[in-house]
Write a protein that binds this ligand. Structure first.
Ligand code: GAP
Length: 462
């Protein structure tokens, strides 16, 4: 099993489709189909419930994708959010200089790019990854503020709203602000299905605290996220921590730990099998200071001459005013979805020697929880009973009715999309008011009275 197995399952069953496919596609853009959107929503719901609802020290936010250009000027993205690009005069390929060892030459992998043999590389040029646009129909070409960017991360929307949230929620430190939303990066080398795309979705949380508490809180989130991934059904053996070294650390970060997932199990080198699923950074007090009007540089000059607000925090118990430290766990929805699919994918051989795919998704994440199937679709009483059952279960759990094939085919289809339970209505059901419940993972069947069915399924779905 590798990413290609998931690409083909995704297309076949309606999780993810190549975007703009009927026009030849658009490099590394993907559309989420009826099952993919449900799975993504369930992942986001799990993250939101865990952080925002259950902890009760984190507020939610949904900020604009397009913000004033100044946000990206003072966050540092305008000057530093770039990749070093080199062109190869031999193969005409364009590559990230820092990722040369991972790329293959479009002409001949053995002769240039990365191998160093006959590559003829230009000097590196910095390429800014933000997508640029203009705001307003009448804006002049040279109007500085008419230029806007699609946000390359959701985090900055949180920092610039720090005071709004603080004032309206009356929170005291420590507390966090969480946001889920689209981010855009004009990646030089997107690829590997939904692993690296130019449009993607992030779940980011900025947790504001006192400097002295930051290292402990940072470690708590590193541990906490590993537990959360396990709760999504990801095997801890497929996760690995990576401590960023001095060279890799962003200039404002005190410590950053990435959680890696085994996205490339087919690679021989064990280390190369893993790549970033999320990052958890201690960003110190950089962001709130950068967006504040008061801080000054060594020469006494304001570091931000455009901000109209001071994003410092006043602690009434100690009478201190300061810029809080920030711990930032940032995770990609799409990479989490890919990891969840890869970990849930299994194959099982049935009595007839046929190989069946079973997607062992945690019930919480499964797009469909229950499929109600009539054993005979030409028998109106059975069909009516099955449709009624679907109606009764639907308000409590996502239930579908399916009669588009023989029972074996219907079971196989539900196994492949991760539906934990199939409920079959047969001739006997009309006599004994009971149905057969089939377990996706064990294929075991149990007879359950219709009056007990909802409670039985609820209990087993957890
Ligand atoms: N605010 C911090 C931040 O944005 P990041 O490591 O650049 O940090 C966080 O991004 C997460 O977003 C990554 O760990 C990854 O899961 C996801 N991500 C980043 N770039 C991506 C891309 N081009 N395609 C898909 N997911 C991406």
């Amino acid at each position: 099993m590798n990413i290609e197995t998931i690409v083909s399952l995704s297309k076949r069953r309606g999780f993810v489709f190549p975007a703009s496919d009927i026009y030849g596609g658009l490099g590394s853009s993907w559309d989420y189909g009826s099952l993919g959107v449900e799975l993504a929503n369930n992942i986001k719901r799990s993250w939101w419930r865990w952080l925002v609802h259950e902890r009760d020290d984190i507020e939610g936010l949904d900020s604009s994708i397009i913000q004033n250009r100044m946000v990206w000027r003072y966050s540092g993205h305008e000057t530093t959010f770039s990749d070093p690009l080199v062109d190869c005069r031999t193969c005409k390929g364009r590559f990230r200089e820092d990722k040369l060892k991972d790329v293959t030459c479009p002409k001949d992998a053995k002769s240039c790019a990365g191998s160093g043999k006959e590559c003829d590389l230009t000097e590196a040029k910095q390429f800014n990854l933000m997508f640029k646009t203009t705001v307003g129909a009448t804006s002049a070409e040279d109007d500085y503020l008419a230029t806007a960017y699609l946000r390359p991360e959701t985090a900055q929307g949180i920092f610039i709203n720090f005071k709004n949230v603080l004032d309206t929620s009356r929170r005291k430190l420590p507390f966090g602000i969480a946001q889920i939303g689209k981010a855009f990066r004009n990646e030089v080398t997107p690829g590997n299905f939904i692993f690296r795309t130019r449009e993607f979705e992030q779940m980011e949380m900025e947790y504001f605290c006192r400097a002295e508490d930051a290292p402990r809180i940072h470690q708590e989130f590193i541990d906490g996220f590993q537990t959360w991934f396990a709760s999504l059904g990801i095997n801890p053996e497929n996760l690995k921590l990576y401590e960023q070294n001095e060279k890799e650390l962003a200039h404002y970060a005190a410590r950053t730990v990435d959680i890696l997932y085994r996205f490339f199990p087919e690679r021989e080198d064990e280390d190369a099998q893993f790549d970033e699923l999320m990052g958890i950074a201690n960003r110190k007090d950089f962001d709130l200071k950068a967006h504040s009007k008061k801080p000054e540089d060594a020469e006494g000059k304001r570091i931000n001459s455009d901000s109209t607000e001071d994003l410092s925090y006043f602690d009434p118990t100690t009478n201190e005013r300061f810029y809080p430290y920030v711990i930032e766990p940032a995770v990609g929805v799409n990479r989490t979805l890919l990891a969840v699919l890869m970990d849930a994918y299994t194959e099982k051989t049935n009595d007839k020697g046929e190989v069946r795919v079973i997607l062992k998704l945690k019930p919480e994440l499964a797009p469909i929880k229950v499929a109600v199937l009539p054993l005979a679709k030409n028998k109106p009483e059975i069909v009516a009973m099955a449709k009624q059952l679907k109606k009764d279960l639907l308000p409590t759990m996502r239930t579908v009715y399916d009669d588009t094939g023989g029972i074996g085919k219907l079971y196989a289809r539900q196994d492949e999309i991760g539906t934990p339970f199939c409920v079959t209505v047969d001739h006997e059901s009309l006599e004994d008011n009971a149905v057969t419940v089939r377990d996706r993972d064990t294929w075991e069947q149990e007879r359950v009275k219709i009056e007990d069915l909802k409670e039985y399924l609820q209990k087993r779905l957890g």
